[in-house]
Design a protein around this ligand. Structure first.
Ligand SMILES: Cc1ncc(COP(=O)(O)O)c(C=O)c1O
Length: 335
């Protein structure tokens, strides 16, 4: 077996490069104290407790036309996750925003995905968080995936998940231990559908692997699960705000949080999914049975266009990220 030393690093790094890393644009690491653009350098020490214990938190945020969408909403949730894990964020809100914006600027793409990780930090291979002298911050900017409905305009197919719902406390933390979420995604893939829907012990809808889920009832109520057992999705909360417009125009009667049973889903007129990567999507089939007409419905269409408009035009949730006029001429108006 070969043994390597640090002088072999350039050769090792060259051997680590893969074509699937083409969409990895930039990474900030507090351990380096700066930004790297070579994917071979986008690495973490194996004794960081985020690696071997999942002891860390994260946020997935996107930029649209050079602006970061709902950065404050994501950073508020990062704060909440940090508090729940007794993790001290290694940067103030202003410093965090500056680091994120600089990493996006270095990435140089108007539309990209930002993942912010706060780890317990390197320290030992034990479970004890007190072994780690200081938490670390990693920010990775990669290419943005195509939204689900652009790839599947016919809508999504959903199956019932058998994975136990997270407890109330754990479901509120965007923690790097995503084993249940990974298993839900595996269930969906294995069942040949797009998403798996979780249910709690009382049979009420929780959420998908990385998305929130809700319904439109036959009497025009837009309902999402109560926040007890789910991650409060930034997209779901924004969609609920935007949906208030539809109550004024009579398309919806109310927008609310409620207990949603499997039976409620089967008699619903529409099923909706929300998330940073999928935006808002329509679910058209549940456990092999059509939902409503079996096609994306009018509330989905209205919310999809309201959200699209919000992401591109409503500057209240947009934080300018890229300021170079060569990369982002449209940004001039917003700055
Ligand atoms: C478990 C879970 N629920 C819901 C969501 C949707 O949250 P957001 O709309 O903030 O992306 C996510 C996002 O990754 C998630 O991981």
């Amino acid at each position: 077996m070969k043994q390597f030393t640090s002088s072999d690093w350039p050769t090792l790094a060259a051997a680590l490069r893969r074509s699937y890393q083409d969409g990895y644009f930039a990474m900030y690491s507090s351990l380096f104290g700066g930004i790297v653009t070579d994917p071979a350098l986008m690495i973490l020490p194996i004794d960081d407790h985020m690696v071997h214990r999942g002891d860390g938190i994260f946020e997935a945020i996107k930029t649209v036309n050079g602006c970061i969408y709902n950065l404050q909403g994501h950073l508020d949730r990062l704060d909440q996750s940090a508090r729940a894990l007794f993790l001290t964020l290694p940067a103030s809100r202003a410093e965090l925003m500056a680091i994120i914006r600089e990493t996006v600027r270095v990435a140089g793409k108007p539309d990209c995905m930002i993942r912010v990780f706060v780890s317990r930090g390197p320290g030992s291979f034990a479970v004890n968080p007190y072994d780690c002298p200081s938490p670390q911050l990693y920010v990775v900017v990669t290419s943005l995936g195509t939204p689900f409905m652009k790839l599947h305009p016919e809508g999504g197919r959903i199956c019932t998940s058998r994975i136990a719902a997270k407890s109330a406390g754990m479901s509120h933390i965007k923690n790097c231990n995503y084993a249940p979420n990974v298993l839900m995604k595996k269930e969906a893939v294995d069942a040949g559908v797009n998403f798996a829907a979780g249910f709690d012990e009382q049979g009420f809808l929780t959420e998908g692997a990385i998305e929130n889920m809700g319904i439109v009832t036959a009497d025009q109520r837009l309902l999402f699960p109560k926040l007890d057992r789910i991650l409060a999705g930034t997209t779901m909360l924004r969609v609920m705000e935007l949906a208030e417009t539809l109550t004024r125009s009579g398309i919806l009667k109310t927008v609310a949080f409620a207990d949603i049973s499997r039976k409620d889903i089967l008699v619903a007129s529409e099923f909706l999914l929300t998330g940073t990567t999928i935006n808002v999507a329509a679910g058209v089939e549940f456990d092999g049975r059509p939902i409503g007409t079996g096609k994306p419905g009018p509330v989905y269409r209205a919310l999809e266009s309201l959200l699209e408009e919000d992401m591109r035009g409503n500057i209240t949730l947009l934080t300018p990220a890229i300021t170079s006029s060569t990369v982002m001429p449209a940004m001039q108006a917003i700055e």
